[in-house]
Design a protein around this ligand. Structure first.
Ligand SMILES: [Zn+2]
Length: 297
């Protein structure tokens, strides 16, 4: 790890401070608490990485609009990347020379009933099935990073999310952060739990392996993909793209991972015009999102 650049993907659902759906919704009082704790989680992770000798830590804020981490509370040594980018790495933008990646605070895939706030890309989608298997975000994000030669070696999130990701990438160092509503109700217990889990996160990051033990993960083409929406009306609204559709299921086939990912992003997030103008639209939204997140500080 000495002299390397670590790339941390930070999501909110699986972090120490997100206990209810409200914690994940921008602008709520619960979200304010959750983003403070998320920033502390990331500082803890960055600190141990620097202790292990990394040359730099890049953090990509990956929840919702990508403006959750609080820059003024963030470790000064960390390079923060907020908002979304069309490229070079789809969604991430520049990777700043990253040598390996850590997924911190992720959630389980849509359709995984045991997970905490499980979803894939958006909660409008009930489940995405690729080649007969449920798809989670970690597989998509890891494949994008792998295509830039950045292996993922760490994952934290709810127990179901950890279990799910270990089935696909059994070499990952994983750390479970369960959310017990009973603990949430008791402020003192909750604070104590958050402290304990953050300490555990630190200890677990210390176990991250040497470079030779970090395989790259790729989803294997060809892909037969079914996007199953919660409601047929949503499926119709999100599919101006003309992908074959039956009831609440939108289906497509492709030979290429990039096409799979782009199609999924189109179906999950983009009206047609915004997608084609995304290199213009994304910088504008980044500006808007930034203002919005500052307003809440
Ligand atoms: Zn999220």
């Amino acid at each position: 790890m000495k002299g390397e650049i670590a790339y941390v993907v930070a999501d909110l659902e699986g972090s120490t401070g997100a206990w209810t759906k409200a914690h994940t919704l921008l602008g709520t009082p619960e979200w304010q608490e959750a983003r403070v704790e998320l920033t502390r989680d990331i500082n803890a992770v960055a600190d141990v990485l620097f202790e292990k000798g990394v040359r730099g830590v890049v953090v990509k804020d990956f929840h919702r609009t990508g403006y959750n981490l609080i820059p003024k509370y963030l470790d000064r040594r960390v390079r923060l990347v907020s908002g979304y980018y069309a490229g070079p790495a789809i969604g991430y933008g520049k990777l700043y020379g990253a040598d390996f990646a850590l997924f911190v605070g992720l959630h389980a895939a849509g359709g995984n009933g045991s997970g905490f706030l499980s979803h894939t890309l958006t909660s409008r989608i009930a489940e995405i099935v690729v080649n007969g298997k449920r798809l989670g975000e970690a597989e998509l994000f890891a494949t994008v990073l792998s295509s830039f030669n950045v292996p993922v070696c760490f994952f934290s999130g709810c127990p179901a999310a950890c279990q799910e990701v270990l089935e696909k990438m059994d070499w990952l160092v994983a750390y479970e952060i369960a959310k017990d509503p009973e603990i949430y109700k008791d402020e003192r217990k909750r604070q104590e739990y958050i402290r304990r889990k953050r300490q555990g996160l630190i200890e677990k990051v210390k176990e991250v392996s040497h470079p030779e033990k970090r395989p790259l993960f790729f989803m294997k083409p060809p892909f037969d993909c079914q996007v199953i929406f919660n409601q047929e009306t949503e499926a119709r609204r999100m599919n101006p793209w003309g992908f074959p559709q039956e009831g609440r299921i939108v289906r497509f086939q492709t030979e290429e991972f990039l096409e799979l990912y782009q199609n999924l992003l189109k179906i999950a997030y983009f009206p047609k015009l915004a997608y084609y103008l995304r290199s213009v639209v994304l910088p504008l939204t980044r500006f808007g999102w930034k203002i919005q997140s500052l307003k809440h500080l």
